[in-house]
Design a protein around this ligand. Structure first.
Ligand code: 13P
Length: 235
């Protein structure tokens, strides 16, 4: 089970350092549960512990003339080897195209990163039904090497992110089950995961973990979700 926190544009470097310190102090020895924390780029910190720090985004180049971006050298400085690619906010707010996203995927794959690759449908697509949703999600997998061993897919419906709305457990399981057949990789669910729904979501057979935004900004809440993951045994 993977329990991941995406801080988005929240928590300064100081706050991130305090958060990680507190989290490591709370964590029992983890077996079968992996923890990931994705701070803002300027809050990346060198970190050794059970929680693995990853990048929310980076430009697909070692370094160069890409004003405002960070490159591979900036991640290497902190020993970062895991990255989010294709997050809904990168797609819909920052207008990254599928072609841009696939290039980013290829670059970080070539550099051996664990890639948490995010997909998710907007409400207008969800309203068209399951077939339309699955067809849409498949377009977000175009150009992505699904056989990459360090690929994890996060299913995050756009309408569920930051809205307090979530699909029903049945809907999550149906989509994850279909995605397992298409992609055959570990699958995280994301979108309004909180302390009160994380366990039920992680218990679903086709869910291998959660990617949590606002619900993970308080360390005690993130820790509670990690504890839930620890109690779940899947065959
Ligand atoms: P929220 O948990 O705030 O809905 O965000 C989910 C998300 O986008 C995680 O990547």
């Amino acid at each position: 089970m993977i329990v991941a926190a995406n801080f988005k544009t929240n928590l300064t470097r100081l706050e991130t350092g305090e958060y990680l310190g507190e989290l490591e102090g709370m964590l029992p020895k983890l077996e079968g549960v992996e923890v990931r924390v994705f701070p803002a780029s300027s809050s990346l910190v060198p970190h050794k512990g059970q929680a693995v720090v990853g990048a929310q985004n980076a430009y697909p180049a070692k370094s160069g003339a890409f004003t405002g971006e960070i490159g591979l050298v900036h991640l290497e400085e902190f020993g970062i080897e895991t990255i989010l690619v294709g997050h809904s906010e990168r797609r819909h707010v920052l207008h990254e195209s599928q072609v841009d996203i696939a290039k980013k995927f290829d670059f970080f794959k070539e550099n051996g990163f664990e890639i948490i690759y995010c997909i998710g449908e907007p409400l207008s697509v969800k309203e068209q039904g399951l077939d339309a949703t699955l067809a849409y999600l498949q377009t977000q997998l175009e150009g992505i090497d699904l056989s990459y061993a360090k690929l994890v897919v996060a299913y995050e419906p756009v309408w569920a992110i930051g809205s307090g709305l979530t699909p029903t457990l049945e809907e999550i399981e149906t989509i994850h089950d279909a995605l397992k057949r298409i992609a055959g990789v570990k699958l995280l669910y994301g979108g309004s995961v909180k302390t009160d729904n994380a366990k039920a979501i992680m218990e679903l057979p086709s869910v291998d973990g959660v990617l949590v935004g606002s619900g993970a900004l308080k360390v005690e809440n993130f820790f509670s979700m990690i504890n839930d993951a620890i109690t779940i045994k899947k065959g």
